[in-house]
Design a protein around this ligand. Structure first.
Ligand SMILES: O=C(O)CCC(=O)C(=O)O
Ligand SMILES: [Fe+2]
Length: 336
């Protein structure tokens, strides 16, 4: 067992009372999942020779794919993982002091209100610590702490790669779906992009919690970089499947906005994150959205803007304890 740097964790994770009650709503027990890792059937998409047909199939059948030849230098990926780990291992109080606006630092939940406050569900707790990096605001920010400031520069560089990938992927999906490029231009808004860096603290034997409980992403899609500890699981073909960590690959998860834009042809995939008992787990996730005020038109859902979708999700979490999501936006035409 690696030594734990206790001072680096929010007290939330070291209090006994938090270690047993946090079981996800949908599963009362955190069971093992089927491990057919060697088969590793998650579709591989090569960005250097993009096969549109294969990409379309992956989006329809899986709602996710693994990107290779994505052009993000392996050195940058490794550096980012190392620096993220280093940043999280600073003391909790120091992190609270330096991770200030435009960044935010929170734990126990991945949901926030529109004004940026942490939104905790009364039903479920996420065994995760999060730092939120709004990419659009990073270049104007300079941090006094040298580690944080060098991390900001890395995030900017990584963010530019993510925005490039997002544009390329969205263009390919739009082509497949025969979307009108002029009408759907604001369905992917670079300015909305942000990166979340996560640490899921290891959890004591006998305690249980999900790092992040079952959910779909609200974004158009997300691009995930997980470390070798692994833990991401997706619900696909009627079972839970672990997404094996493979160095230098990225995982693209389609979100609710993409499902709506595609008229339900593509899937916003359900996923969750398992906590490791031996090691802390690090992941970085880039999310991108439509322009917040752009109306999404679809025959399956009533017209809505991302702002409305987000506000509804917030209301759901406060009232029923989880995001209802697209199911709450079905158009009358689709219901009848
Ligand atoms: O850390 C991960 O693997 C994914 C986290 C996630 O699903 C999310 O933040 O929406
Ligand atoms: Fe997610």
């Amino acid at each position: 067992m690696l030594e734990m740097n206790i001072e680096s964790y929010p007290p939330f994770f070291t209090q006994e009372s938090n270690q047993t009650q946090n079981v996800d709503l949908e599963e009362s027990k955190i069971q093992d999942v089927e491990e057919d890792l060697d088969l590793n059937p998650i579709p591989l998409i090569d960005l250097q020779c993009l096969n549109l047909e294969k990409l379309g199939e992956a989006c329809k059948d899986w709602g996710l794919f693994r990107l290779v030849n994505h052009g993000v230098p392996s050195q940058l990926l490794a550096q980012i993982q190392d620096k993220t780990r280093e940043l999280f291992s600073l003391s909790f109080h120091y992190k609270q002091a330096i991770l200030k606006t435009p960044l935010s630092y929170f734990w126990g939940s991945t949901a926030r209100t529109i004004s940026g406050e942490i939104l905790r569900s009364s039903k479920t707790v996420s065994w995760v610590e999060v730092i939120h990096f709004p990419l659009g605001q990073l270049s104007q920010s300079k941090f006094e702490d040298p580690l944080l400031d060098s991390f900001r520069l890395l995030m900017e560089e990584y963010g530019r790669h993510q925005a490039r990938l997002a544009r390329t992927i969205f263009e390919a999906l739009s082509k497949n779906l025969k979307l009108d490029p002029v009408k759907t231009k604001s369905y992917l808004s670079e300015a909305t992009g942000f990166i979340r860096v996560h640490r899921c603290p290891r959890i004591a034997e006998g305690s249980q919690a999900w790092g992040v409980g079952v959910h779909t992403d609200s974004s158009v899609f997300s691009i995930l970089n997980q470390d070798q500890v692994g833990g991401l699981e997706v619900f696909t073909h009627n079972k839970w499947l672990p997404v094996k960590p493979i160095a230098n690959t990225l995982i693209v998860n389609l979100g609710d906005m993409m499902q709506a834009i595609s008229e339900d042809e593509y899937l916003s995939v359900k996923h969750r994150v398992r906590v490791n008992k031996q090691e802390d787990r690090i992941s970085l996730n880039y999310f991108v959205f439509p322009d917040y005020d752009t109306v999404i038109h679809s025959s399956k859902y009533g017209p809505f803007t991302y702002t409305e979708f987000f506000q509804q999700a917030q209301k759901d979490i406060e009232t029923v304890g989880f995001k209802v999501g697209l199911a709450g936006f079905k158009s009358n035409r689709a219901i009848n």
